[in-house]
Design a protein around this ligand. Structure first.
Ligand SMILES: [Cu+2]
Length: 171
């Protein structure tokens, strides 16, 4: 029996999943992806965005791509200020993950932009997201679909010429 328990532990370690298999943390080499969540969509016509904290115990890396089976198009975006207007822009060369540090993807900053939805992204669900890092390679995380502060209305950048609702301007 003890042997079987050890095997189970070894398997869970090898797959990089926490025993709970929940949204919490996903470890991948020197990286830990923590607190991944995604904004619910309005049907399939809108967009969604996913956020997370990427912690790095190793050398500098870059998040260079993301994908999900639930959408036809996924891009890495950031917000930049143009005069009084915050605009979204695709990140050139990926999101930098500093050595021995961390980077937060959060509303108003870096985010994973999820477009051309195949199915609505529904509150309470889990969105599988496959992340590709320049050095660490590919890892799949499960983002909890939830409405959180800053997911709409863009707190902290109010009143600066946003489109109604989503608040993002695509080019
Ligand atoms: Cu965006």
């Amino acid at each position: 029996m003890e042997f079987l328990k050890l095997v189970a532990v070894a398997i869970s370690l090898a797959t990089g999943f926490s025993a709970a298999g929940q949204a919490g943390e996903t470890k991948h080499g020197a990286l830990t992806i923590d607190s991944a969540w995604a904004r619910p969509s309005i049907g399939t016509r809108g967009n969604s965005a996913a956020y997370m904290v990427i912690k790095n115990k190793g050398p500098a890396d870059r998040l260079i791509a993301a994908s999900t089976p639930q959408a036809g198009k996924v891009e890495l975006h950031t917000h930049i200020r143009e005069g009084d207007i915050m605009r979204m822009r695709q990140v050139e060369g990926g999101v930098p993950v500093p050595a021995q540090g961390s980077v937060a993807l959060k509303p108003g900053g870096y985010h994973v932009m999820i477009m051309k939805l195949n199915a609505p992204i529904e509150k309470g669900g889990m969105l599988p997201l496959t992340l590709t890092f320049e050095k660490a390679g590919t890892v799949t995380v499960h983002a909890a679909v939830a409405m959180k502060a800053g997911a709409t209305g863009h707190s902290g950048m109010k009143g600066h010429g946003h489109d109604k609702g989503h608040g993002h301007k695509h080019k």
